[in-house]
Design a protein around this ligand. Sequence first.
Ligand code: GDP
Ligand code: MG
Length: 251
Amino acid sequence: MNSNVNTQGGGLSKFKGLAVDYKISLIMIGDSSVGKTCFLLKFADENSNISHIPTIGIDFKIKTIQIDGKNVKLQIWDTAGQERYRTITQTYFRDVQGVIVAYDCTSEESFNNVRNWVRQVEAHTNGRENVEAVLIGNKSDLVDRKVIETEQGQALAKEFGMDFFETSARTGLNVQETFISITKKIKDKLALKEAAVAPIPQSLGGANGQIGGAAQQQQIHNNRESIMLTGNGHNQAKKEKKGGCCGGSKK
Ligand SMILES: Nc1nc2c(ncn2[C@@H]2O[C@H](COP(=O)(O)OP(=O)(O)O)[C@@H](O)[C@H]2O)c(=O)[nH]1
Ligand SMILES: [Mg+2]
């Protein structure tokens, strides 16, 4: 799709040893069974394990991609079943910069519930002030069972100021595109923020960027580091094999 984007290589291995320019956290939400976990696995690495944090009941996947020559490390959270209660708590939105809201093209109920999910996102992220969001209509491969027209999805996404993709975790349609689109938006926003506090040039009185420059750059770096829950993430995470996803086993 975009020649400046590289998502090949599955996980971190391809980028091992390379500096991570940005760390970004995303979360997948939507009704149970719309295909969130399959979608995430299709993107991350179909055959790999997903990590599980039992204390807060959430799964996550890490994948590093390259956008515009920058290495972007994505941490993608996936609700571990609690979405069946149709409510998720503040915990899940901690440090999240992007939300992927999913419905199932073959389920009107899941589509009608998108509003509820978006409301929850807004409630937990200060009106989505600093959070990008994208709407996906998944299972688009089930053409004969499709009950939500493409235009309905588009209209709803527009109403909420979100991008929209019809996707299939089974065929892979628009899976990469969805992640790349939301990640690029967040990355560009972070880059703009950095530029806004760039070092003051010496010609304008800055001493090698020390006045208002280096200190702020360090602060940005620290903020970036704190974005990720790496400490309580990978180390405490329990590896859990998710079988049957998109492999034919139905829930
Ligand atoms: N045909 C089709 N089935 C899918 C797709 N995505 C998920 N599924 C199936 O839908 C069921 C629920 O998927 P899952 O990822 O567990 O949904 P979640 O509860 O939202 O995480 C599983 O049986 C998947 O195989 C898709 O894009 N197309
Ligand atoms: Mg799931």
